[in-house]
Write a protein that binds this ligand. Structure first.
Ligand SMILES: [Cu+2]
Length: 431
């Protein structure tokens, strides 16, 4: 019953998400520096199998814990200070992989960096954000347990002097950016911690829950800041218009590799671990690779540029000749001018080259609008199709390790979100 209610809530949420424009954000959600006050603490998160799990993660100041920790956003060249207060019952610390000059003030010496003592200890870390890109931060104390417990987050360093670029070079320009942080969990470890065992055996780790931005599918599709997931504020639905350049900042903060698969087109990976894939400084991403799956290894970050267009389809995604309202790109929706580059002129007004089956012979996917054409709805049986009132195209973006598409063995769920091609008349905010 709870499961059913969860699904109904998810359905309602998606309807709200798609009908209450604007629902997405042109920039990555997070908190801006260069000074951050983080508190490591414990709290519960909601899982996709209608359960909850104790996690350790970070709060912004005295606020609510969020899993993953707040995305820290700074500008290249800034001297970044992270003041950590530890409310956990064990010592903890933060390491910043990729930052070369981290110094710690206070705390006591640990294996990797200075640690804040249990139950109120503090430590302060300072470094210069010298190179732009996508990074992670995570516990440097007993990482096999503390990273599993949730002490991870992302760090975005924006390049100096440019906007809407991931790096200094124009080859990293984008229209809209998204950050997806991947993790997995073995809830039995969390249960032992909840029962008071602060050093559980992590050697028999066996994940059954997989997360994007701290949520299991399909909770991933909710917008940021949903009130009933206060400890999981970051959504991960990816929205974009035909022809737009979407920057995907992909962070594998887990301990397993996750082959992250994008549908709709290949993605061009332009940077790895916050370094542009260039053969020499200033060249731009000439060593970028194009693939349909980013084989994200633990601890690595990837920046990819993704564009969806209707090119090479062989038919007009906006409509067809015998349906004059939808055919001509410029008259389809009079207030919108369609970017000429989103499809080939030779495809204009060509119908989809298959005959749609009779309604009675169709199975309706929940995102089907009743029409194969972008931005147009067709006839559906009563009650169907409300998940996609704007008639966008939905593509699954997900882990290509199939077991990771479950919540505790229940499909669908896990490391799964949706990329939505929204029709050009749909209002998305610009940065
Ligand atoms: Cu797939």
């Amino acid at each position: 019953m709870t499961q059913l209610l969860n699904r109904l809530a998810a359905l309602l949420g998606l309807v709200l998400a798609l009908t209450c424009a604007p629902q997405t954000h042109a920039a990555v959600a997070g908190i801006s520096g260069p000074t951050f006050n983080l508190t490591a603490k414990a709290d519960q998160i909601t899982t996709g199998d209608a359960n909850s799990v104790l996690v350790w993660s970070y709060a912004n100041g005295l606020g609510t814990l969020q899993y993953p920790g707040p995305t820290l956003i700074v500008n290249q060249g800034e001297v970044v200070t992270v003041n950590l207060t530890n409310s956990l019952p064990v010592a903890t610390s933060i390491v910043f992989p990729g930052q070369s000059d981290v110094t710690a003030i206070g705390g006591s010496a640990g294996l990797q960096t200075a640690e804040a003592a249990a139950n109120g200890g503090t430590v302060s870390y300072t470094f210069t954000a010298s190179q732009p890109g996508t990074y992670l931060y995570q516990s440097g104390t007993k990482p096999a347990l503390q990273i599993e417990m949730g002490l991870v987050g992302a760090l975005v360093v924006r390049p100096a002097g440019v906007t809407k670029q991931a790096y200094a070079h124009a080859g990293s320009a984008y229209d809209r950016e998204y950050l997806l942080l991947l993790t997995e969990m073995d809830p039995t470890i969390h249960l032992q911690v909840a029962q008071g065992n602060l050093s559980p055996d992590t050697s028999d780790f066996f994940a059954v829950q997989w997360y994007i931005n701290g949520r299991n599918g399909m909770d991933t599709l909710y917008d940021n800041g949903i009130p009933w997931m206060q400890t999981q504020p970051y959504g991960s639905m990816v929205l974009g218009k035909p022809g737009e350049k979407l920057l995907l900042r992909l962070v594998n903060a887990g301990r397993d590799a996750h082959p992250f698969h994008v549908h709709g087109n290949n993605i061009t990976v332009i940077a790895r671990d916050a370094r542009l894939l260039e053969s020499a400084p200033g060249m731009g991403p000439d060593l970028a690779w194009s693939d349909f799956t980013i084989k994200a290894i633990p601890g690595a970050t990837y920046d990819g540029v993704f564009t969806w267009t209707g090119r090479y389809l062989g038919w007009d995604m906006y409509g067809y000749a015998s349906n004059a309202t939808y055919c001509n790109q410029l008259t389809h929706l009079p207030t919108v001018s369609y970017p000429a580059t989103t499809q080939d002129d030779s495809d204009r007004c060509k119908p989809i080259p298959v005959t749609l089956p009779n309604q009675l012979d169709l199975t309706y996917g929940m995102h089907y609008s009743g029409s194969p054409y972008l931005g147009s709805t067709g006839t559906l049986p009563p009650g169907s199709g409300e998940w996609n009132p704007y008639a966008g195209y939905f593509f699954m973006w997900h882990s290509h390790s199939e077991k990771e598409l479950t919540n505790n063995d229940i499909f669908p769920g896990g490391m799964l979100t949706m990329f939505v091609v929204v029709p050009p008349n749909y209002s998305l905010p610009t940065e």
